[in-house]
Design a protein around this ligand. Structure first.
Ligand SMILES: [Zn+2]
Length: 77
């Protein structure tokens, strides 16, 4: 299908955006079954999709920039 882009839904506002315009953020969620037992923890990774305005509002671009800078500095040293 030419000229048709796959649409994804913004997880924050529910707006439908094309996949190329959507911003995907990876969230790591931590769960502890018992507050006193810190050994038992579950970690799940969830991809959250935002439209551009929500990504801007949540500062995801800034965070991604920081992550990129951190990764670059890691390679330098
Ligand atoms: Zn949105």
């Amino acid at each position: 299908m030419r000229g048709k882009e796959q649409l994804v839904r913004c997880d924050n506002c529910g707006r439908t955006v094309s996949r190329s315009k959507a911003v995907v953020d990876e969230r790591v969620m931590r769960y502890g079954t018992d507050m006193n037992n810190k050994d038992i923890k579950f970690m799940t990774r969830r991809n959250v999709t935002y439209c551009i305005s929500c990504a801007k509002h949540k500062g995801i671009f800034e965070r991604k920039k920081q992550q990129a800078a951190r990764a670059a500095s890691r390679y330098d040293t």
